[in-house]
Design a binder for this molecule. Structure first.
Ligand SMILES: Nc1ncnc2c1ncn2[C@@H]1O[C@H](COP(=O)(O)OP(=O)(O)OP(=O)(O)O)[C@@H](O)[C@H]1O
Ligand SMILES: [Mg+2]
Length: 441
């Protein structure tokens, strides 16, 4: 075979490098989170997070459909439009709808009944537009993060949820779609920082789910495509920050609106379903209709403490459910650093809710959930065939991993391990980009 001249080899290498770059340009990882989403991609041969619409590397998974104009806003802008009092509908925690019966239902937006899948697709189109706007118009291959279980204890519905997300991503314009467990993506991100082998538990506690993986990680294994042997166990449960919000709200706020109070001249308490919906992010929009208003008005007539139900009625009539949930969430986050916080809700001149809460209140409210998370890890370690003392490190990601009583509980569970925190909002998106490069490049 004739030997190629040096300049030809250089051209070939250049073409190969350009092909490599264009392959990397065509792939991304998307962490569609219950509360926040991020998009991972490769720039200068390193995994990075897309700055989405100049709002940052992680944006709220939120959509706002204005009814004052044709405007649809996303992310922080969606939350801001809602908070500034623009008339319209805010939708959050949409991931929680995947795999549930709500996916078959439609919700009223601008007097039209719209399927939840179309709303989630709007959010994916927004992320795709952002990729396009930053010169990645040819991204066709994507690894989507998924929780270990979208739906607990129901494999069929869990498969439905993944299929629904696949169809949404396809409609949004992606052609090659793969899924990766979110904690494994976080593990790939953590592994890129290691200089020796470790047996690691990944703890990813986000807005909707808590996911755990037990893996063997090392710099040598990082380059390998097939990591099946290194994953000793995955476990997950549908408990996350939005559940903490719900439990905290039911424990500390809803009683002042009548939750748990008596029905007049009867030993019963008022029905709880409206309170549960009001305390649950993705169910709040279901309260804004005439039937629910009639139901609450009836509750008021029957209630032993009608003044409290008046507050509930005002919150629903004035569509302040998300504003209340935001205040509950803010004080929960504040209680990760401080021991006291306030929960307020104002409507014009009137104050509807004004209560002081403590870290003890929060811990009391979420204690059962934290115990369930510990049990899930213990079961998972057993299934993975490892003892607590074998674990080298615990790597935390996800916003809810910042809750102090949760960290304390995990430190008790795995006392010999080093407990480390990653980029709580970015590890999964970065790991998904690493995974996309392994699969598609
Ligand atoms: N400092 C904090 N203390 C407690 N909770 C926090 C803190 N910061 C954020 N959170 C909570 O973290 C959650 C969001 O975390 P994250 O963005 O990791 O979730 P996600 O990826 O959207 O959800 P999931 O992975 O479950 O789909 C929210 O419930 C938020 O209230
Ligand atoms: Mg997450």
């Amino acid at each position: 075979m004739p030997v190629k001249p040096l300049y030809q080899i250089k051209v070939l290498l250049l073409v190969a490098a350009m092909e490599d770059i264009s392959t990397l340009d065509r792939l991304a990882g998307i962490d569609f989170g219950t509360s926040n989403s991020s998009v991972g991609l490769f720039r200068n041969a390193a995994a990075q997070l897309l700055d989405v619409a100049g709002e940052g590397r992680s944006v709220p998974s939120a959509i706002f459909y204005s009814t004052e104009s044709t405007e649809v806003s996303f992310g922080r802008q969606a939350v801001a439009s809602y908070t500034q009092g623009t008339e319209g509908r805010l939708l959050r925690s949409l991931k929680s709808v995947l795999g549930t019966s709500l996916m078959k239902e439609k919700t009223l937006i601008r007097n039209k009944r719209v399927a939840f899948s179309d709303i989630i697709e709007d959010f994916f189109l927004y992320l795709k537009r952002e990729l396009d706007a930053q010169g990645r118009s040819n991204v066709d291959s994507v690894v989507l993060g998924r929780p270990v279980h979208f739906v607990d204890d129901d494999e069929a519905r869990d498969r439905d949820a993944e299929q629904q997300l696949r169809e949404i991503a396809t409609s949004a314009g992606f052609q090659h779609i793969e899924f990766q467990f979110e904690p494994i993506a976080a593990a790939l991100n953590y592994e890129s920082t290691l200089n020796r082998e470790e047996l690691v538990v990944i703890v990813d506690i986000g807005g909707g789910t808590a996911d755990f993986s037990v893996l063997r990680l090392s710099p040598e294994r990082h380059a390998s495509k097939d990591r099946a042997h290194d994953v000793l166990g995955n476990m997950g449960v549908h408990i996350g920050g939005t559940d903490f919000d719900r439990l905290f709200s039911l424990h500390s706020v809803m009683p002042a609106m009548g939750f748990g109070t008596a029905v007049k001249s009867s030993g019963r308490t008022v029905p709880g379903s409206v309170f549960f919906d009001l305390a649950t992010w993705h169910r709040i929009p279901l309260l804004y209709n005439v039937q629910v208003l009639n139901q609450v008005q009836q509750m008021r007539l029957d209630a032993a403490e009608p003044g409290k139900i008046d507050t509930l009625l005002s919150v629903i009539e004035q569509r302040l459910g998300h504003a209340l949930a935001r205040s509950v969430e803010s004080s929960k986050i504040q209680l990760s650093d401080e021991v006291r916080a306030g929960i307020q809700l104002d409507s014009g001149a009137a104050t509807l809710v004004d209560c002081l809460v403590t870290r003890d209140d929060m811990e009391e409210a979420i204690g059962g959930a934290v115990a369930s998370l510990c049990k899930c890890v213990q079961t998972g370690l057993g299934q993975a065939g490892v003892q607590a003392q074998d674990i080298t490190s615990v790597f935390y990601t996800g916003g809810s991993s910042s809750v102090p009583c949760l960290q304390y509980a995990f430190e008790q569970l795995l006392p010999d391990a080093a407990h480390k925190r990653g980029d709580v909002f970015g590890s999964v998106g970065l790991g998904l980009a690493i995974d996309a490069a392994r699969r598609f490049a």
